[in-house]
Design a binder for this molecule. Structure first.
Ligand SMILES: [Mg+2]
Length: 306
């Protein structure tokens, strides 16, 4: 099926994905607080509101704001937006803080991004955590979603794994949003194969997405042992796992988030990534979608968010 996706429709899909991202981020972050127990969420008990979102949401809002304005990623403007809006209280990693400080004080983003981690560039999961709504925005073209994801990643993540992580997540969200428009849920193995096909085959992220397909239906502990749960905060130990979650629970947002919380690790980011992909398929307030009460418990998005 081919179709034309108008600007308003793109933005609506991306906003749903952003709702899923920000709610997953904010709820996931609650489980770093003392006394918060994943078992409670599994039993249906939600933490007290408001749930404050973190860097994942702040950066995702900047990505989507740029798209809403011009329809394309403008790397120079995105780098400045990331740097100027960076609120240090939102849980940014030390590497991200350093890159954004360099950009804010006048270092060109290619230099700042390349300087990270002794000149290797960042392979952190930060480019993947913010990119789901971009993928939903380009639901009509996985090629475009992948290219735009790469552009959005490059301003902070120069390492091939960091970029591959963003491409994988954006293509996942594009395929999920496309499936929503088609009215047909893709089989998990098919979805993962479609994602893997768009990712640089020389990367560990690609191998991880490929391995995720072989782990469908397996117990969570085994999946985490094989793919990670983001505890190393790299794209390699985050993206395969989150896409396993999204493919498994594509029609059930609460289930996807519960699994991320149960898995532990970098929970705000794993729930943000899986949540963004799943919500691109389910939407908000629909059966299996982002529950309205969860969205109401999430701190409001920044006033400048699209
Ligand atoms: Mg975070």
């Amino acid at each position: 099926m081919s179709f034309t996706l108008f600007a308003d429709a793109r933005l609506a899909l991306a906003r749903d994905s952003l709702a899923g991202l920000s709610t997953g981020d904010a709820l996931g972050a609650r489980y770093f607080a003392p006394g918060a127990r994943p078992e409670d969420l599994a039993a249906g008990v939600l933490p007290p509101a408001p749930w404050e979102w973190t860097d994942d949401t702040e950066m995702a809002c900047s990505v989507l704001a740029g798209l809403a304005e011009s329809g394309d990623v403008d790397r120079d403007r995105l780098a400045l937006a990331f740097a100027e809006r960076c609120d240090p209280r939102r849980g940014y990693g030390a590497g991200a803080m350093l890159i954004l400080r360099l950009i804010r004080t006048g270092t060109p983003w290619p230099v700042a991004a390349a300087s990270a981690f002794d000149g290797q560039g960042s392979c952190g999961n930060g480019a993947a955590m913010r990119v789901g709504p971009l993928g939903a925005y380009f639901a009509d073209s996985t090629v475009r979603a992948a290219a735009q994801a790469r552009a959005s990643a490059e301003v902070t993540h120069a390492h091939p794994e960091g970029i591959a992580g963003a491409v994988a997540v954006a293509v996942a969200a594009a395929l999920a949003a496309r499936a929503r428009l088609d009215g047909h849920r893709p089989a998990p193995e098919r979805l993962l194969a479609g994602i893997a096909g768009a990712v640089d085959p020389g990367t560990e992220v690609h191998r991880s997405v490929h391995r995720a397909a072989g782990l469908l239906g397996r117990p969570l502990s085994r999946v985490v042992a094989a793919l990670g749960n983001g505890s190393r905060v790299t794209a390699q130990d985050t993206v395969g796992f989150t896409l396993w979650v999204a493919a498994t629970h594509l029609d059930d947002y609460p289930a996807a988030i519960r699994v991320c919380v149960q898995a532990g690790g970098d929970v705000d980011t794993t729930a943000a990534i899986a949540g963004a992909v799943v919500a691109a398929y389910t939407g908000v307030g629909t059966p299996g979608g982002v529950p309205e009460p969860w969205l109401a418990a999430r701190e409001p998005l920044p006033t400048w968010a699209p």
